[in-house]
Structure formats: C-alpha cells, structure tokens
Design a protein around this ligand. Structure first.
Ligand code: NAD
Ligand code: LMR
Length: 330
C-alpha cells in the first residue's frame, strides 16, 4: 500500500458531502492501493449528522478507507491534509443569483484560508461553495504562504452539463465530446465555448449546424442549469456537483493529453485573454498529472461572439472582487 492521502471535506454533513465522501473513500479517485483518511469538517451544530455519515462510511467497508475524523474547527480539519475540498457554505434558494451569497459565505473563506496556512502548507484546494470563484479568491488571499496555483474553483459541473447538452443535440455518446471550455465565473454569465469544442474529430459547429440553438438555448441552458435544478428539486444540485468535484480531482491526477483540455477556475496571471491578474477565472487547462501542476492553455482562438461574452463574465468577477475587497489580505 502507498502513503495515505488525507482529504478534508468541509460541509461534510450537507447534501454534497453526502455524495462526495463515499466516492472519495471508495478507491475510485486515488486508486485501489492508496489508503484514504477523511476529515469531515463541520460546524459544531452539524457534528452529530457528520457522525451519522461517518457510521455509514464505516458500514461500506471500503478497503481504502483507513481513518475518519470529525472536526469542528478548520484548524483541526485541515491538519496535514493533501486536499481541502471547501464545500461547506450556504446554498442559494429560488430566485437568487449565486453572488447573492457573498455576504453570507465570504467570511467562511477568510477563516479557512488562514487555517490552511497554519495547518496544511502542501495542499490542493478545490472550492465548491458559492460563489465559488470569489470564495476561492478570498481563501487564496488569506493563505498567502500557499502558492496561489493551489487554489481552484469548480467549473467542471458546467463543463459536464454543456457536454451532455451537446451530445444530446448531436445524437452522440457524451464521451465523444472534448475540449469544452467554460470561461469565467460559475454564474449565469459563464461562457460555455462550443466553438472550440469537438465531437470526436469534428468541430461541434460542423456537427451541429443550428447556430441559433448553440448561441441561444444551449448557452442559457448551461448558464441557468443550477437555477433550473433548484426550481425543480427545491434544493440545489448535489450528486452532480459531487461527481464534478471527483472529475476535477481525477483530471488533476492524470496528465491531460497535449491536444486536450478541461475547465477549472484558477488565478489569472494577467497574460491571456484580457483577464486581469489575480481573478479566479475558469480557463481551459491542462494538468501535468501530479495532482497539483497545471497550465492554462494559451492561444485558443476566440470569435467576437465569445470575446464579448468573456468580457461580461470578467466584469462580473471584477464587481464581485470589489464587494469582498475588505476580506482580501493586502
Ligand atoms: P447544504 O446546506 O446541504 O450543506 C452545507 C453544509 O455546510 C451544512 O452541513 C453546514 O453545516 C456546513 N457549513 C456551513 N458553514 C460551514 C463552515 N464554516 N465550516 C464547515 N461546514 C460549514 O449545502 P450543499 O447543497 O451541500 O451546497 C454547499 C455549497 O456548494 C453551496 O454554497 C452551494 O451553492 C455550492 N454548490 C456549488 C456548485 C458548483 O458547481 N461550484 C454546485 C453545487 C453546489
Ligand atoms: C449549481 O450550479 O448547480 C450550483 O452552483 C448550485 C446553484 O446555486 O446553482
């Protein structure tokens, strides 16, 4: 057996936690020969529910699950972890935008950023709690001793949604879809870039000739999918969000082929696509396969249509940054 992988999941007693933890424990992500230690990080009021989840994890008898700790502070929760999956935060309700949550959720990521510095210097951070780009920005600013590249926010759910919609329209298997970049914010301004995506070896725009559908219904379906799910379920997406988080970690653990990419929100270096430095922005990225290294794919050709949409989502992220400026360490 290898060295154990230590994973903290905040919001472990919540909806997403309930799907995510079992898949992390099962061996599916880190491999059948890698022991997993899970830190279930919760508010003290939800610790009892987390205990129930821990009992169920034990009852699965996963061969790879070596240890479960219930942690009621981020310092305990992040102690020596390799991965910190920051899920715990309030979800939006019907009629809200994700950035309506900034004032309720932003402060959580101030404390967690500081706790990460104290407890876990060699960590990969995936922010799921909304608004995830700006929450990742807050956590990263409050954890200045940890390289900024270690902070990511999740747009894999949006990529998965976009791929499925395109596969359905084209009448192909979803595995045929690749290079579907989500640009910008995990919000209703996100840009699902169908123009650079492929179905097998054909461009999506060659396989799907209905440009009005691509620019219209496809775009808004992906941008507003989260709200549609809240409308239908009365609760926000959970199993699909957990599944996307698993996909993001798997993508970071394997080298991305040189002609492919996946979507992840990372700190902009200011040198590409007119995105100001520092913003946590979803780009097409390629993983180096070591769990932490990746590069933003440069030189992707953007049409005027996509450029204009990217400008809008950039503007929104700048506005969000302005709202939280007091939470960002100078
Ligand atoms: P939930 O309400 O079911 O669970 C949230 C849990 O977080 C609760 O158990 C709560 O006690 C816990 N929590 C709150 N503050 C905490 C803190 N400071 N430390 C530790 N735990 C804390 O919510 P959910 O459905 O699991 O969603 C969680 C978040 O994920 C929401 O913000 C939601 O909007 C977001 N989300 C993001 C995506 C994405 O694609 N990025 C997708 C789905 C949901
Ligand atoms: C989603 O995309 O499903 C999540 O971000 C939840 C939400 O508020 O839409």
């Amino acid at each position: 057996m290898k060295e154990p992988v230590r994973v903290a999941v905040t919001g472990a007693a919540g909806q997403i936690g309930y799907s995510l933890l079992f898949r992390l424990a099962s061996g599916e992500v880190f491999g059948e020969d890698t022991p997993v230690e899970l830190n279930l990080v919760e508010l003290p009021a939800a610790a009892k529910v987390a205990e129930g989840t821990a009992m169920e994890l034990e009852d699965c008898a996963f061969k790879t699950l070596k240890k479960i700790n219930i942690c009621d502070t981020p310092e305990k929760g992040f102690d020596g972890v390799n991965w910190a999956l920051l899920v715990g935060s309030k979800p939006r309700g019907p009629g809200m935008e994700r950035n309506d949550l900034i004032r309720d959720n932003g402060h959580i990521f101030v404390g967690q950023g500081k706790a990460l510095v104290r407890a876990a210097s060699n960590v990969n951070v995936v922010v799921v709690g909304n608004p995830c780009n700006t929450n990742a920005l807050i956590a990263q600013h409050n954890a200045r001793d940890i390289p900024p590249t270690r902070f990511t926010a999740m747009t894999m759910l949006d990529e998965n949604r976009a791929k499925f919609q395109l596969a359905k329209k084209a009448g192909v298997d979803v595995r045929e879809l690749h290079n579907l970049a989500i640009w910008g914010n995990h919000s209703s301004t996100m840009v699902p870039d169908f123009e650079n995506a492929f179905i097998g070896s054909r461009k999506v725009t060659e396989a799907i000739k209905d440009r009005a559908w691509l620019e219209g219904e496809f775009f808004t379906t992906v941008q507003k999918r989260g709200a549609a799910i809240i409308e239908a379920r009365g609760k926000s997406s959970a199993a699909s969000a957990a599944s996307a988080c698993i996909d993001q970690i798997k993508n970071l653990l394997k080298k991305t082929p040189a002609d492919q990419w996946f979507s992840m929100a990372v700190a902009s270096d200011g040198n590409a696509y007119d995105v100001p430095p520092g913003l946590i922005f979803s780009f097409p990225v390629r993983s180096l396969g070591d769990g932490k290294g990746y590069e933003v794919v440069k030189g992707v050709q953007l049409s005027e249509f996509v450029r204009k949409k990217i400008a809008l989502t950039t503007k929104e992220l700048l506005e969000e940054r302005e709202v939280v400026k007091n939470m960002l360490m100078k």
